[in-house]
Design a protein around this ligand. Structure first.
Ligand code: PHE
Length: 341
């Protein structure tokens, strides 16, 4: 009988020596120590076949085997679990000295930089923002702006029509009508947005962005326009920059002007940027035409106003020295990452 016990003990030791996984070890433990099906429990059942005087001695050695096995498996379990934990820790180790993956920070698009700058400048003078729709009625884009269907000025802008009455707005000036139709003066709004014209070369794109300004109140004059544009020009292009107004034509302003800034590159002496003229054209503007005020239900005998509209890409190209408008639409990170200030 003792031989049998000894053999079982050796069998357990041999089986355990071949096991490297704590789950497998648990299975082995069950095989011997399970209360019902375990082989050691089965030994106890053999007791019935023994003579009564042999039973105590047999019970003792089986119990010793059981105590030994319990200790043995507890130790095996601890050994394997410790090894497994060590392995897991080694696999999850973080090398804090490893160089980080390079991570490029994004940059604001030059259009966004200019639009933000303009909004900051004009908000400082009390302007609020109005945004109109990109698909516009012919009425708001043209007719109400004193540009009826047969007006030759419609040819100034090659329009994308969506239907006979709907079009992709060609100018943010459409917003002037939407604002004045709903609000009586005083009005002081700045209106940024995308506009569309069938036009495509190094300085023109079929989609570009404009910033419109509109001020209507009692006693507004062209001097107010120039004063505000001086603030704009000096903030965007430099303290010493001057503005000049040249006569021009827009159906919705009377008089109409083109606004030039003195060349910030050469100080007005003449250079490549200003084509030796000393001046650079930056925007169109004028006093709001009486007819436009009337179209919106604003009394032109009581109120006057001015409006201006500038191309955001044009300002960005001038300010950052970008030679081709396409560079603003190609999303080339090597170009765009240069302008974050
Ligand atoms: N809407 C004109 C254009 O796109 C610019 C402009 C705006 C002119 C406001 C006068 C007043 O060319």
């Amino acid at each position: 009988m003792e031989e049998q016990i000894k053999a079982m003990r050796q069998k357990i030791e041999a089986a355990a020596a071949a096991i490297t996984d704590s789950k497998e070890m648990y299975q082995l433990r069950k095989q011997y120590l399970d209360n019902k099906a375990g082989q050691i429990s089965a030994l106890m059942k053999n007791m019935r076949d023994l003579a009564p005087e042999d039973r105590p001695a047999f019970g003792k050695i089986v119990n010793e085997l059981k105590t030994w096995a319990l200790d043995f498996f507890t130790a095996q379990d601890a050994r394997l679990k410790a090894a497994e934990l060590a392995k897991k820790n080694a696999a999850e180790q973080i090398d804090v000295t490893m160089p980080a993956k390079p991570h490029k920070a994004g940059a604001l698009h030059p259009n966004t930089l200019i639009a933000n700058e303009l909004i900051d400048i004009f908000a400082g003078m009390g302007f609020t923002i109005f945004e109109g729709p990109e698909i516009e009625n012919d009425y708001y884009n043209f007719t109400a702006l004193n540009t009826p269907k047969d007006h030759p000025a419609r040819d100034m802008q090659d329009t994308f029509y969506v239907s006979p009455e709907l079009l992709l707005r060609t100018q943010t000036s459409a917003g002037q009508i939407r604002v004045m139709e709903k609000n009586q003066p005083p009005i002081k709004i700045l209106s940024p947005g995308k506009v569309f014209r069938s036009d495509d070369d190094a300085t023109h794109s079929p989609m570009f962005s404009q910033m419109e300004g509109l001020v209507v109140d009692k006693g507004i004059t062209l001097c107010d326009l120039q004063g505000m544009l001086d603030v704009f020009a000096q903030n965007v292009f430099g303290e010493n920059v001057k503005t000049r107004l040249r006569p021009s034509y827009f159906p919705f302003t009377e008089p109409s002007v083109e606004v030039d800034v003195s060349c910030f590159e050469c100080g007005g002496k003449g250079c490549r940027l200003c084509k030796d003229t000393g001046w650079i054209e930056v925007l169109g503007a004028g006093m709001v035409n009486r007819k436009v005020l009337e179209n919106c239900g604003v009394d032109p005998d009581v109120y006057t106003g001015f409006a201006f509209g500038m191309g955001i890409e044009r300002i960005a190209m001038l300010k950052y020295g970008i030679p081709n408008i396409k560079m603003l639409f190609e999303s080339d990170v090597r170009v765009l990452s240069q302008f974050n200030e």
